[in-house]
Design a protein around this ligand. Structure first.
Ligand code: PBG
Length: 326
């Protein structure tokens, strides 16, 4: 009898759906996902043109979307306020107003959905008339004077009920500054999700449309990372760990899978990744044209991000993906 000379036949493990389920190495679950939501101080939701399916939500709309996320099995939301132009100034003063839009909606969310994790963005740009993440003086983004603003902002957010504060500014030393101020204010149980390796990326375009937060002059390359670097991401991760971060994050996600893997290998903290607005927009755009299957692309892109080493994924698809995952 003619015997096959093949000893190994990898296809045997792919023969049926049950086998494939059995041997799958990476499985997405709704609890891995964080739903970012935009909120506006208005009376009707405003669709975001470059992010089909997303809107600047009224506080009421935000509650609706938070409930939908929770009911689908998503356990966390990340909030981004769109601030009226008249409230913006060079020092982002409105970010420290305890009665401002963000603290108000955080309190409301924690009242209505106490178990839902609320993650707040610590950054000046939504509140800054310069559209930068730090204080600008003579065209320069000042590092150390910005730290005090970020630390104060984190305390306001913690006081409102945020479970995790997420500095997205990329100033040096901000995790330590925020940790110290939070502890001094009695918030030692509020965690820090650090945007550890945040790249200067074209993929943020739709987000800046959503918040009208694009820099008024210059770009963000003196603080956000250069797309060519990965060793530097390890350095940033080492610093964030030393400064007291609870979770480290890589952003964007899809074009930076090697960075996610490298950071995963370098730290003993949970690693998050942010599938950003441009990644979302690209999937939605090709799906709208009928060029590819949007839901399939969505799940494959998220699986790839998790396989690379991120156990937490911020994605505008969170609720939709969770609904499909069941
Ligand atoms: C800024 C911030 C940005 C995003 C999150 N926080 C944009 C930027 O750095 O200009 C981008 C998120 C996305 O594109 O989905 N603090």
């Amino acid at each position: 009898m003619d015997r096959s000379s093949l000893v190994e036949r990898p296809r045997r493990n792919r023969r049926t759906a049950a086998l494939r389920d059995l041997v799958r190495e990476t499985t997405l679950t709704p609890a891995d996902l964080v739903q970012p939501l935009f909120v506006i101080d208005g009376t009707s939701d405003e669709p975001i043109e470059s992010m089909p399916g997303c809107a600047r939500l009224t506080p009421e709309g935000l509650l609706r979307e938070a409930h939908a996320a929770w009911n689908a099995g998503v356990r966390a939301v990340a909030l981004f306020p769109a601030i009226d132009d008249t409230l913006k100034d060079p020092r982002a003063t409105e970010s420290l107003n305890p009665e401002g839009l963000l603290p108000r909606v955080v309190r409301q969310l924690k009242r209505e959905l106490p178990d839902l994790l609320v993650i707040t963005d610590v950054a000046m740009d939504p509140y800054s008339s310069d559209g930068h993440d730090g204080i600008v003086e003579n065209g320069e983004i000042l590092n150390d004077p910005t730290l005090a603003v970020l630390a104060d902002m984190a305390v306001v957010q913690a006081e409102a009920g945020a479970d995790l504060v997420a500095p997205s500014d990329m100033m040096d030393g901000r995790v330590q500054a925020i940790r110290t101020r939070l502890d001094d204010a009695g918030h030692d149980q509020v965690g820090i999700l650090a945007y550890t390796a945040k790249y200067a990326s074209s993929y943020y375009g739709p987000f800046r449309d959503a918040l009208d937060s694009a820099p008024k002059h210059g770009d963000k390359k003196t603080y956000q990372m250069d797309a060519g670097n990965v060793v530097e991401a390890i350095r940033e991760a080492r610093l964030d760990v030393a400064e007291g971060a609870d979770i480290v994050m890589v952003k964007p996600a899809g074009p930076y899978l090697d960075v996610i893997a490298a950071v995963r290998a370098a730290v003993d903290l949970p690693v998050a990744a942010y599938q950003v607005s441009g990644e979302y927009a690209m999937v939605r755009a090709v799906a709208e044209r009928g060029w590819m299957d949007g839901d399939a692309l969505m799940l494959e892109s998220l699986t790839g991000i998790k396989r690379a080493g991120a156990s937490i994924i911020l994605t505008y698809f969170a609720t939709r993906a969770a609904e499909l995952l069941g």
